[in-house]
Design a protein around this ligand. Structure first.
Ligand code: GAP
Length: 513
């Protein structure tokens, strides 16, 4: 088995073993691509949400947050284009009976070409050592150029065929490249068909009078349809933004890679409403701001890159993804889109209500343009979790698993660990717990050896362990162990609040943005 697969398997089992993520409905054999967050996962997720909400709403005077309903009027999805165009091209393998996304088969083929190009580059880097000029090699090496040209040709032909609804050509491309079912090697494919990703449901008691509804496939439309409500009640002038965190649902054809692509997931979206003509400069500004927000987490600048879209959706005049280096390669983490006035205009047309803004400086009414930032909460969880999970070999040759989460995001900020239960150590520990619980999420544990307890806290990413021993009873100091350095120092109990706060406060992240 490939090393990368091993790492990913380990990550999934760590997430389960330590109460981060469980397969949903597990005792009934689970439900594909649906997951439950356990006690530590729920805390980590809630902290990620707080980081986003604070950075968007609290730190920006001109951004407010809402919480709109999941059920929305069905015409909204007609207006937004989701009923007609929120499709994925699917293809079945006639032998294995497995279903695939035709575009993903082609993209995976291109990713393999890119892997080959990277291997050539790595080989050359080794050969030339310090004298290696990566840029020169990439632009002159015949093989690298050939791999990259081929990718470009495939992707642009696919994009053109999908745009023209020429699904026969998408199939022809798969056949020409001799792409096989990755599991069975069979090349016996059906035609390519379009498949709408929205989940349908019904509102109402009786079958004949019930209204057909959809579970929202994005949170953004809840913001668009409330644009005027928020603008009028908040009295914000343009430019201003509306942020929202909430569930979205997509009937993904191929849902794999754990929580990377789920059927029920959460989005954190912000729509920034701006005067027409100014959208592209705000788009550039938000691209940079969002990248800075990610970088402040400290997961490593090399793990992020922009992917500017060449082919734009019909409603956008600029779009880019922030990609992150997941264990299975660089993939989309967040989208930043300049959505023009497409959505508000469509809702004006379909609802018959005016969705215009009066600009007192320009002395005119208009439909605002929109710059959107949209990040998947679960995908961000996976990015942070996968980057933080480390196996370390210690000086004495022993190993430890540590989840070096950014301290502000750690599910538990400190563990209170009396060396033993007796002699009043447990009571002292409980006293510290009861004092600090107003400020921090903590754990109290008095079972097992102290070494075992440290390891358990390392595995869930707890920044501090506080050990209470007999000296504590007289000198009111404790041993404070740092998760990352494993160094231990003696500190007064009275200083604990300050020390924990200094390390775990959201200010540490927010001030870096
Ligand atoms: N309102 C714009 C929008 O929804 P999108 O690119 O379809 O754009 C935005 O989705 C983000 O939502 C993605 O960058 C990704 O992080 C997340 N996302 C999309 N589909 C997902 C899925 N099936 N599972 C988990 N996250 C998903």
């Amino acid at each position: 088995m490939a090393k990368q697969e091993d790492v990913f398997k380990k990550l999934i089992s760590h997430a389960k073993e330590y109460g981060f993520i469980f397969p949903s409905s597990e005792i009934y054999d689970g439900l594909s691509a649906i997951y439950d967050y356990g006690q530590n996962g729920a805390e980590l997720k809630s902290n990620i949400k707080q980081y986003w909400w604070k950075a968007m709403v609290q730190m920006n005077e001109n951004i407010v947050g809402i919480d709109s309903a999941i059920f929305m009027h069905p015409t909204i999805w007609k207006a937004s284009g989701h009923v007609d165009a929120f499709n994925d091209p699917l293809i079945d393998n006639k032998d294995s009976k497995k279903r695939f996304r035709a575009d993903v088969l082609l993209e995976d083929y291109c990713a393999k070409l890119e892997e080959k190009a990277q291997k050539e580059i790595e080989k050359a880097a080794k050969r030339f050592g310090d004298a290696f000029d990566k840029n020169e090699f990439e632009t002159t090496n015949g093989r690298v150029i050939e791999y990259r040209e081929k990718q470009k040709t495939i992707l642009s032909r696919m994009a053109k065929s999908l745009e023209n609804e020429d699904l026969a050509d998408v199939k022809a491309l798969i056949e020409e490249l001799e792409i096989a079912d990755p599991d069975t090697g069979s090349k016996n494919w059906t035609d390519v068909r379009q498949f709408n990703l929205m989940f349908g449901t019904k509102l109402g008691a009786s079958a004949d009078s019930a209204t057909d509804l959809y579970l929202r496939p994005e949170t953004a439309q809840g913001i668009f349809v409330n644009f005027l409500n928020v603008q009028k009640t908040s009295r914000h002038k343009l430019p201003f933004g509306i942020a929202q965190i909430g569930k979205a649902f997509r009937n993904e054809i191929v849902a794999r890679q754990f929580i990377f692509r789920m059927r029920e997931f959460e989005q954190m979206e912000m729509q920034f409403f701006v005067p027409p003509g100014t959208e592209l400069s705000f788009y550039e500004e938000w691209k940079q701001k969002r990248l800075n927000w990610h970088l402040a987490l400290g997961l490593g600048a090399d793990n992020y890159k922009f992917h500017d879209h060449e082919k734009l959706a019909h409603y956008a005049n600029a779009a880019a993804d922030i990609e992150f280096k997941f264990p299975f390669g660089f993939k989309e983490l967040e989208g930043i889109h300049s959505r023009t006035d497409f959505d508000l205009k469509a809702h004006e047309k379909f609802s018959g209500r005016k969705l215009q803004y009066f600009d007192s400086e320009r002395n005119e009414n208009y439909i605002p343009y929109v710059v959107e930032t949209s990040v998947g909460l679960d995908r961000l969880f996976l990015a942070i979790f996968s980057n933080s999970l480390k196996e370390e070999v210690l000086d004495d040759g022993s190993e430890r698993t540590v989840l070096s989460l950014p301290p502000a995001l750690a599910p538990v900020k400190a563990a209170i660990l009396p060396l033993m239960k007796k002699d009043g150590l447990a009571e002292y520990g409980e006293k510290i717990f009861n004092d600090l619980k107003f400020d921090f999420n903590m754990i109290y544990e008095d079972k097992d050896s102290i070494g075992k307890r440290y390891r358990r806290q390392d595995a869930i990413g707890t920044p501090f362990c506080i050990t209470i021993d007999h000296d504590t009873l007289t000198d009111h100091t404790v041993t404070l162990r740092d998760r990352d350095t494993m160094q231990q120092e003696r500190v007064p109990v009275a200083d604990l609040r300050r020390i924990i706060d200094e390390k775990t406060n959201f200010r540490n992240l927010l001030s870096k943005i």
